[in-house]
Design a protein around this ligand. Structure first.
Ligand code: FAD
Ligand code: UDP
Length: 386
């Protein structure tokens, strides 16, 4: 008999494993506590605004990994959207991430050489930045730090930027030309028809049960499967025996407005500490009407995003990599290691790591390969009992 594999969670990690293992001949059963697949990538169609709502915040697919890009094309056609963000601070709008146009708006410079000179003057000499504030002061100086980083970071992380690691900022480029793309990756886009349609194709033919919480019946599920891929929070699997891992959560406030276009861009970051939300997304801008088709909706949908501390009852969106949390994580990982090979902890919550979608797919494909290379599973997948 082919191996019986249980996948806990129909998010991107679970769905990627499910597709590959099902196609390899394993008996795959996916259980998902929510009512629909997609995890945090889920979208839903909003007919009044003629667009797909990114239910758990803006999701832009971007990668430099050709294998992952080719793989994901099997399940979606991507619309060529390239992510560009504007910043609003007070009454002013700025180009972002910091580029030559931003430096023109703030300092009046017009060439890369002038931009270089103004940054050299602004930068604070800090040889080894020990925290996010020092990293910002060392790379762009106090004027740009106050305008673009300090307020947003305080709101986003609900912590003083001096208590945050420097490397959070390394995700954001600083450019001396007019390139205002948010990501450097060669491949970008949003699935035409929304992410949820992509998940329907990813899970086609796979047995999926919704509204099922694995943790309610853990022993039942473990006893009936050769291998379990668990993509929920690692601390919840062990009943928080070493204490809860910290997460950051978000509150989304959605509004359907009787306008064609509210802000002219998919994302505007509000970096001013006086404005409580961090960003506003306008979902219609993630999509492009098919050539020759005009938008007919009389409304547009916007979502304001407000950061919240995570905690019981709130969605655990972002792991918070403080020393305390990492020490606790190490204890859970030691417990998880004792369950290998029967249980594998994967995805953003199972590994307690901030992973983008392309990284999640790459990690899931690597795990599937490990499962299929396991002599017992390889033998049973090919129909020969070991
Ligand atoms: P999840 O999507 O969290 O899926 C886990 C699933 O497991 C969930 O459906 C959950 O309900 C289920 N589950 C958990 N516990 C149980 C249980 N006990 N029983 C049954 N089911 C269970 N990535 C990008 O590449 N680009 C972006 O622009 C981007 N923007 C993001 C914006 C926000 C606000 C957030 C939060 C994330 C963003 N990401 C982005 C990251 C992206 O969401 C993740 O990489 C991806 O969704 C992770 O997939 P996953 O399967 O690991 O986790
Ligand atoms: N950031 C900022 N101002 C911005 C955008 C980002 O200061 O307008 C900082 C902030 O600390 C944020 C980090 O850069 O957490 C990474 O930004 P990214 O957009 O990658 O992730 P986010 O945490 O906003 O989802």
């Amino acid at each position: 008999m082919p191996p019986r594999i249980l996948i806990v969670g129909a998010g991107l990690y679970g769905a990627t494993c499910a597709r590959e293992l099902h196609d390899a001949g394993c008996r795959v059963h996916v259980i998902e506590q929510r009512a629909a697949p997609g995890g945090n990538c889920a979208t839903r169609h909003v007919p009044e605004a003629d667009c797909h709502e990114h239910v758990h915040g803006a999701h832009i697919f971007h990668t430099d990994n050709e294998r992952v890009w080719r793989w994901v094309q099997r399940f979606a056609r991507f619309n060529g959207y390239t992510h560009r963000v504007k910043v609003r601070h007070g009454a002013q709008l700025y180009s972002f991430p910091i580029n030559l146009f931003t430096l023109h708006q703030v300092f009046g410079v017009a060439t890369p050489a002038e931009a270089q000179a103004v940054l050299a003057r602004e930068r604070v000499p800090i040889a080894e930045p020990a925290n996010l504030e020092e990293q910002a002061l060392a790379s762009v100086g106090p004027t740009l730090y106050r305008l673009f980083i300090e307020g947003y970071t305080r709101k986003q992380w609900q912590r003083d930027p001096r208590e945050l690691p420097a490397d959070i900022l390394k995700r954001i480029p600083v450019r001396l030309d007019f390139d205002d793309g948010y990501f450097n990756d060669r491949f970008q886009g949003i699935p035409v028809g929304g992410y949820s349609a992509m998940f329907d194709r990813l899970l086609a033919g796979v047995r999926v049960d919704f509204g099922v919480d694995f943790l309610r019946d853990r022993e039942h599920w473990l006893a009936r499967h050769d291998h379990v891929i668990y993509t929920g929070p690692i601390d919840a699997f062990f009943d928080h025996g070493h204490g809860r891992l910290g997460y950051r959560s978000l509150r989304f406030e959605r509004e359907l407005l009787p306008l064609d276009d509210y802000q002219g861009s998919a994302v505007v970051n509000h970096t001013d500490a006086a404005v409580p939300c961090t960003r506003i997304i306008e979902h219609r801008h993630f999509e492009r009407p098919e050539p020759g088709r005009r938008r007919t909706a009389g409304h547009t949908l916007i979502t304001r995003e407000f950061p919240l501390d995570g905690g019981p009852g709130r969605e655990p969106y972002y792991p918070v990599a403080t020393a305390d949390n990492l020490a606790r994580l190490a204890r859970y990982q030691a417990m998880a290691a004792s369950l290998v090979p029967q249980v594998h902890f994967g995805g953003r919550l199972g590994s307690y790591r901030y992973l983008d979608m392309h990284q999640v797919i790459a990690a899931a494909l690597a795990h599937v390969q490990r499962v299929l290379d396991t002599p017992r599973h390889a033998a049973v997948a090919s129909g020969i009992e070991p």
